[in-house]
Write a protein that binds this ligand. Structure first.
Ligand code: SF4
Ligand code: SF4
Length: 285
C-alpha cells in the first residue's frame, strides 16, 4: 500500500460539506450497524489503545459510538431508540473526538471542518504519528479496506478533487478489527443500560458531556478481551482518571469551539494547540 497524503487528511476530517455533487460520502451509514451519531470517519480504538490514552492523560480525547438496531433479536430499547445490543446490553465503539478546526484540505480555501483532535490544521499531519498512542486503525489505513475489497477515502478524495492518492493497492499490513475476536477488544457492551438513558440522546445530538464520554471510555477500558465482563475496580479507576484529566486536547477543543465565528486560519493552531502542549508536526518538505 502506498498513498500520497500531502495536503489531504481526507480520512482525518469530515469533508462532506465540501464534497462536489455526486460524490457519495455515506460509507459509514450503509448496511448493518448504522451509528446514531453524525460523526464522519470515526477511528475505532482497541481496549489497549483506550487504556494507553487514559494512562497518558489523554482520556478527554475519547468519545463513544452506539448503533441503530437492524435486528429485533439483537437490540435493546433505551428511551425512544432501539439500539444494536448483545444480551440486552448496547454495543459501542470508542473513537477520537472531532472538534471543528480551521483546515484547508485538497488545496481548498481554509474553512471550519470537524477534524480529528490530533490533526495539525497547519500541516494536515497527525500529531501522534509514530508515537505509542498512534492508533492501529490509522497506521494500517487504507490496507484494511483494500483487503476487504471496499472503497477507500483516498479514492473518494481522488473522485472529488482529482489527483492520485492511492498509489498502490497492495493490502499488506491489513489487520481487520471486527472479526469474531473483536468483542471486548474493539467492540464493547455497556452492562447497565439504565445508567446511560440520558447519554444516548446526547450522543445522537453530538452534545456529550465529559461524564457521558468518561462513562463509556471507562467501561471499555475495564472490559477484558473476548468477554462482556467489566471489572468494577478498573472501571472506577479509569473513570476518575479521565474526569481528572485536563490535557491540551480538552483545552484546545473548548477554544476551537469558542472561535467558530472567526475567519478560519490554520496558523491559529500554534497558539490554540502547541502552546498548550501539542506536539508540532514536521510539514511536508
Ligand atoms: S489519529 Fe492522526 S491519523 Fe488518525 S485520524 Fe487522527 S489525525 Fe488522522
Ligand atoms: S485519505 Fe488516503 S491519501 Fe488522504 S490522508 Fe487519508 S490515507 Fe492519506
Amino acid at each position: 500500500m502506498e498513498v500520497d497524503c500531502r495536503e489531504c487528511a481526507g480520512c482525518c476530517i469530515d469533508w462532506r460539506s465540501i464534497a462536489p455533487d455526486g460524490v457519495e460520502l455515506d460509507h459509514e451509514r450503509r448496511g448493518a450497524f448504522v451509528p446514531i451519531d453524525g460523526t464522519y470517519n470515526l477511528v475505532p480504538l482497541s481496549g489497549d489503545e483506550i487504556r494507553r490514552f487514559i494512562r497518558e492523560g489523554l482520556g478527554d480525547a475519547l468519545t463513544p459510538r452506539l448503533f441503530v438496531a437492524d435486528d429485533d433479536e439483537r437490540s435493546v430499547r433505551i428511551g425512544g431508540r432501539r439500539l444494536a445490543a448483545l444480551d440486552d446490553r448496547p454495543v459501542f465503539l470508542i473513537g477520537l473526538r472531532k472538534p471543528p478546526k480551521p483546515v484547508a484540505p485538497f488545496g481548498t480555501e481554509p474553512r471550519w471542518l470537524p477534524s480529528c483532535v490530533f490533526l495539525d490544521p497547519t500541516t494536515l499531519q497527525c500529531r501522534i504519528h509514530g508515537s505509542e498512542t498512534f492508533p492501529d486503525a490509522c497506521r494500517t489505513y487504507p490496507a484494511d479496506n483494500l483487503a476487504l475489497g471496499t472503497d477507500t477515502e483516498c479514492e473518494r478524495v481522488e473522485a472529488a478533487f482529482g489527483g492520485e492518492r492511492l498509489l498502490d493497492r497492495d493490502p499488506d499490513g491489513a489487520t481487520p478489527r471486527f472479526g469474531p475476536g473483536a468483542l471486548g477488544g474493539t467492540v464493547f457492551v455497556h452492562p447497565e443500560p439504565s445508567r446511560i438513558r440520558d447519554s444516548v440522546e446526547q450522543i445522537a445530538a453530538g452534545e456529550l458531556t465529559a461524564d457521558d464520554r468518561a462513562e463509556f471510555a471507562a467501561i471499555a477500558a475495564a472490559t477484558s478481551p473476548g468477554t462482556l465482563d467489566v471489572d468494577d475496580t478498573r472501571y472506577d479507576r479509569a473513570r476518575q482518571r479521565i474526569l481528572g484529566t485536563s490535557s491540551w486536547v480538552g483545552a484546545a477543543i473548548e477554544l476551537w469551539e469558542a472561535r467558530l465565528e472567526e475567519t478560519p486560519d490554520p496558523s491559529l493552531a500554534v497558539d490554540v494547540e502547541e502552546s498548550r502542549g501539542a506536539s508540532p508536526t514536521d510539514g511536508w518538505d
